[in-house]
Write a protein that binds this ligand. Structure first.
Ligand SMILES: CC(C)[C@H](C(=O)O)[C@@H](O)C(=O)O
Ligand code: SF4
Length: 474
């Protein structure tokens, strides 16, 4: 057999039938649903008088619409009628078809992409599908994860398979040590800025190199989560000891013997020597600086000490128009510094940066300091488990003492489908993944950055270089 990439191995091991040169029928080990993209699928299923083939390989989470007010989980109520209906529909569907659900008042409630790995349900070698684009997150653990559309959700529920168009292979190598004050979030913002928001379109991306190997399992999730913002159809990292240790800790139901047996399979999950990638990009970790987006697309990002780009210097007329439009929406002028720009809001959370390690990083910066008076800052943990752990570790107390709001988990202001929204014109330092126009509320202005940079912005009241801030406090 010719050398294969990790991606090809995963596809091959889940191919039920080859349909044509471009398409296979792909088997899904796990299918995750949210309240937003599943209702129609269930309606169609009922209309066709079909059932759910493998209910135990399904998982449902109410994540996008739940309010995050700091009332107890049991007291959480969805007031918005349309959202309440979505949640009750999901409940009804899950009850009828016997699917495990993390409902609005569940203690472990949170964002689907945080809940699934933290319970040990994502394992190397799996295919995981979900009606949500950030399903690429699971590549961090060596699983092939990607988002599907509503009509595909119906097909998966009925057959546990998907008609899948094959992607091409792209490798991104990163070597070296990330500089002090930077994190994997800065790395992925830099990569997207360089290759563009369409730079990985149509490709399954494998991240490789010493920088990637040194990342924690959670940091790898941040990386694979955001790869979709470069258009990637999947993101993968070869499983290694870091992966095995993470799963050992999280997968409580996996006994010694099963784990040992699984390890044998997981160790085969790598791109063979000589496997061909259609495209390869190489980066050096030393190039990474704290990054911030200035525009309305995740690739419109610069190092915090750089100047906001000038449309006149853009490559072509199309790029010039896009830059000018983004600057206008963001209320920024070309050529000015991004550092020092006053902000109104800070949001720390989301499936990109709402894990315990993210909260630890932010809390270390915030500790003993105060949120700037004009700023409203919130921390929304990614799940009930993250929230509880942060409370046990004393992180919540640090945030609260500094003046942050300590909220209940959910997607929250990542996409403003609940009442956590920006007012028109408000500027937000956000650890999320998308800065599209209106993403956090109509007329709201989003600057994507790392948890460390968001913490620094909260304290100083403006976009600030966390490296300088850290020095001031030493
Ligand atoms: C609501 C859902 C379909 C959407 C996605 O697919 O990613 C959301 O999670 C997002 O982040 O924009
Ligand atoms: S946290 Fe944001 S990116 Fe993640 S699933 Fe929710 S809305 Fe989508």
């Amino acid at each position: 057999m010719p050398p294969r990439t990790l991606y090809k191995k995963l596809v091959d091991s889940h191919t039920v039938a080859v349909l044509d040169e471009q398409h296979v029928l792909l088997y899904a080990d796990l299918h995750i649903m949210n309240e937003y993209t599943s209702p129609q699928a269930f309606s169609s299923l009922r209309a066709a008088r079909r059932g759910v083939l493998r209910p135990r390989q399904q998982l449902a989470v109410v994540s996008h619409i739940i309010p995050t007010h700091p009332v107890s989980v049991a007291q959480r109520v969805i007031l918005d009628p349309a959202s309440a209906l979505q949640a009750s529909n999901l409940k009804r569907n899950c009850r009828e078809f016997g699917i495990k659900l993390f409902d609005t008042n569940h203690e472990q409630q949170g964002i689907e992409h945080i809940i699934a790995p933290e319970h040990g349900w994502i394992r190397p070698g799996m295919v995981v599908l979900c009606g949500d684009s950030h399903t690429t997150t699971y590549g961090a653990l060596g699983a092939l994860g990607f988002g599907v559309g509503t009509s595909e959700v119906e097909h998966i529920l009925a057959t546990q398979t998907l008609v899948y168009r094959l992607a091409q292979d792209l490798r991104i190598r990163v070597d070296g040590v990330l500089p002090v004050g930077t994190s994997v979030k800065d790395l992925i913002l830099l990569i997207i800025a360089r290759i563009g928001a369409q730079g990985a379109r149509g490709y399954a991306v494998e991240f490789a190199g010493s920088t990637i190997a040194a990342l924690s399992a959670e940091a790898r999730m941040t990386l694979c989560n955001m790869a979709v913002e470069a258009g990637a159809r999947a993101a993968l990292i070869r499983p290694d000891q870091t992966t095995y240790d993470y799963i050992r800790e999280k997968a409580q139901d996996l006994g010694e013997q099963d784990f040992a047996q699984a390890l044998g399979d997981w160790r085969q999950l790598y791109s063979d020597e000589g496997a061909v990638f259609a495209v390869e990009h190489v980066f050096a970790a030393q190039e990474v600086a704290p990054f911030v987006t200035w525009g309305t697309s995740p690739d419109q990002a610069i190092a915090v000490n750089a100047l906001i780009p000038d449309p006149l210097l853009a490559g072509d007329a199309h790029a010039a128009a896009a830059t000018a439009q983004a600057l206008q929406y963001m209320g920024l002028s070309a050529g000015s510094a991004i550092a020092g720009l006053p902000i109104n809001r800070v949001f720390i959370g989301s499936c990109t940066n709402g894990r315990i390690e993210d909260l630890r990083i932010a809390a270390a910066i915030v500790k003993g300091q105060q949120v700037a008076p004009a700023v409203r800052a919130m921390v929304v943990p990614g799940s009930g488990a993250v929230r509880r752990q942060a409370e046990q570790e004393g992180l919540a107390a640090i945030f609260i003492a500094a003046g942050f709001e300590w909220r209940q988990p959910g997607c929250s202001m990542c996409l403003a489908m609940n009442d956590d929204v920006l007012a028109p014109g408000e500027r937000c330092a956000s650890t999320t993944n998308r800065n599209f126009e209106g993403r956090q509320g109509r007329g709201g202005r989003t600057h994507l950055m790392s948890p460390a940079m968001a913490a620094a912005a909260a304290l100083s009241g403006c976009i600030s270089d966390v490296r300088t801030l850290e020095k001031q406090h030493v």
